[in-house]
Design a protein around this ligand. Structure first.
Ligand SMILES: [Zn+2]
Length: 371
């Protein structure tokens, strides 16, 4: 008799308990109930899908935590043949619930956009499940139990991303021009900040936009309503404007497309802009800041400080604002990298006003390249 078969098979009982606790947690969770209601009312947004996935992950981790420990497992270890009969079925259950949620949300989005295409279901990522099974079975459980927390959340959130990708891909193949919008939750890292923005979907695009590190709360959005159709119009129009020599009109039109404004500005003027290291810049001007996010910017402001560090999500640049400067227009309140009013420049002992491009150069700072 080998050691494994001496051990009583604890798996069926354990699996039962985990599944029943999980079911209880999910069914009695108020956040999940209200998110499900939103979806039933066809009102769920990308953020709701992320919140749903995160909450499902929390319930699963909680159910694991309640029944799995060094004490309940033989020799304090979740051997492979235990892990492999408990983790895959339970994670698959969560996948199914999240996938159902995403498909219902996507159906509503398609319907609202007047696209009669069935929502696509993204396949389950079994590699990730196998990875978790392997890792959790390799060490004493009490040393490795964290695997059943952040990696589970990451797995669940990624299901939402996979659905965005699958549906954008299907729409692309159907002749639409999907756009993927990645937003940070404003609390995430520089990597995510750099990834935030709008991307034209194509099967060969850089897949980094769909990647998600642990503890990342960012959203990857694909809404055919403000994606394919409207963006397609945007492109149609801008093509016709390119043909049209009426550049003034084109410029005004461009200003309306706020998504592209930042990036364009950085490309157009960026050469003579100063470079700053974003971490150092934030440390200097917005230590322990509160973070706000708008469609185009992430703003950092230390409570009580007059300074706001404003990071453009599409253009890879940052600006600094002194809210004490007079004037109604925000644009007039931007200052140089040392926090000084940048309207004038002293040249040969004389003070004169800066030209438009000198002003741009003095108040926009590019990020120093990562690595
Ligand atoms: Zn993130």
């Amino acid at each position: 008799m080998n050691r494994q078969s001496e051990v009583k098979d604890i798996v069926p009982d354990l699996l039962n308990k985990i599944e029943s606790t999980y079911k209880d947690l999910v069914e009695n969770d108020e956040v999940l109930s209200s998110l499900l209601k939103k979806n039933a009312d066809k009102l769920a947004k990308a953020q709701d899908e992320q919140d749903f996935a995160a909450k499902i992950a929390e319930c699963l981790s909680e159910a694991y935590k309640e029944h799995l420990s060094g004490d309940t497992l033989p020799n304090g270890q979740m051997y492979y043949n235990i892990a492999n009969r408990i983790i895959p079925p339970t994670m698959t259950g969560s996948y199914q619930q999240i996938s159902d949620y995403c498909c219902a949300a996507q159906s509503a989005l398609n319907e609202n956009a007047g696209i009669s295409i069935k929502a696509q279901r993204a396949p389950i990522n079994t590699d990730r499940i196998n990875g978790i099974v392997n890792r959790v079975s390799q060490k004493p459980f009490d040393e490795i139990d964290w695997i059943l927390k952040a990696p589970i959340e990451n797995f669940c959130r990624s299901i939402v991303d996979d659905h965005k990708k699958a549906n954008a891909d299907f729409h692309y193949r159907s002749g639409l021009r999907p756009r993927i919008i990645r937003k940070t939750d404003g609390k995430c890292c520089k990597w995510c900040l750099n990834l935030a923005g709008t991307y034209e979907y194509s099967p060969g695009m850089d897949r980094e936009v769909f990647r998600r590190h642990e503890n990342c709360g960012c959203t990857v959005e694909y809404d055919p309503g403000n994606g394919s159709k409207r963006r397609q119009n945007v492109w149609d129009k801008s093509w016709s404007f390119v043909k049209n020599p009426n550049t003034k009109k084109r410029f005004r039109f461009r200003l309306d497309i706020q998504f592209f404004a930042g990036k364009e500005r950085a490309e157009k003027w960026g050469d003579n802009w100063q470079e700053v290291d974003l971490d150092e810049f934030l440390e200097r001007w917005a230590k322990n800041a509160e973070v706000r996010e708008t469609e185009q910017k992430v703003e950092y402001q230390t409570p009580g400080s007059p300074y706001i560090v404003s990071v453009d999500k599409n253009g890879d640049y940052v600006r600094l604002m002194d809210t004490r400067l007079p004037g109604k227009h925000k644009e007039k309140k931007y200052v140089d990298a040392d926090g000084k009013d940048a309207h004038n420049v002293v040249e040969n002992g004389k003070t004169r006003g800066r030209s438009k491009s000198e002003w741009q150069a003095a108040t926009h700072f590019k990020f120093k390249k990562r690595r």
